[in-house]
Design a protein around this ligand. Sequence first.
Ligand code: PLP
Length: 371
Amino acid sequence: MVDLAGQYNSIQNQVNKAIKDVINSTSFINGPSVLSFQNNLEKYLNVRNVIPCANGTDALQISLMSLDLKPGDEVITVDFTFASTVEVISLLNLTPVLVDVDIDSFNINIDSLESAITKKTKVIIPVHLFGQAANMEKIILLAKKYNINVIEDAAQALGANFKFSNGKKQKVGTIGRIGTTSFFPSKNLGAYGDGGAIFTNDDELAKKIRGIVNHGMYKRYHHDIVGVNSRLDSIQAAILDVKLKFLDEYNNSRKIAASKYSELLIKNNNIKIPKVIGDEDSHVFHQYTISLNFKKRDELAKYFTSNNIPYGIYYPIPLHKQKAYQNDRFNDEDFKNTNKLCNSVISLPMHTELNDDQINFICNKIITFLK
Ligand SMILES: *Cc1c(COP(=O)(O)O)cnc(C)c1O
């Protein structure tokens, strides 16, 4: 699905030097590379504060911890995503409210979102799934109307831009009150281990979050609030600082690969290819996800396996049906699109090193299979 070795080969010298510099300095925790990466990411995103942390799941948890929520407060998120979001909501004794997604964008459905809002709703967590920016303009309007916080989960979409109707563009993750991301190795900006970050333009909130990631300490050994230990380690920060310079180039390679896939698959009536909703920089193709009818999807997956073609099924089970999160509050009828997508999606190999021959090979196999 990804070619991390190929990508490393092209930046080997810079990465090796960055790692060696950290080892020579022995500043393994909160070394200068962490601050440098933080500053460079702030510039790249055009956001006032980046707070690095240990992973994308922690980034979501810490964001929720910073908002003075009470047990039972409702947090709205999507039914069709990785489990991190609902996991941290539940861990903090908040009430997850799941809503359906749009069939074309794979992102939060705005009507379902509005009808899920109650007096107890305190937070909305939209996920920019597969690299496609969610409709932040409509989400922010609703959040303002009902006075609700927005935490954007940009784990799969770092570098994507959302374009407002007035033409203004902003990087996803910097539009809501808080944004989060993950540097898991296969993400668009991947570390060589775990990593994550939190973004906010609210300086007061940023100060609070910097304490939460560090045991609730604002002065050494003075613990003002209950925090966690969640740091981006210096070696990962040094690697990310090298790779950040290539993020736009990497995202561009993904977009080129996506348009080649689409060019070859668009004529096939049995396949629904992913749409780009908005202008071309609103999608950074973390995944290239096609849909086809249920029986065919599972057969195609088997065919891929027998032809040594990697694939992913993101995601096979809606969150409302997961054992850990099942609840009488959820009505299966409310999740028509998620239910349908879980049965019909399949993601093709997508990374920065994909070449035309590989894409041609994969598409020819798919077309042959569907004949
Ligand atoms: C990867 C991912 C996360 C979690 O990130 P980790 O760094 O693995 O904890 C959260 N949300 C989404 C949408 C993701 O894709």
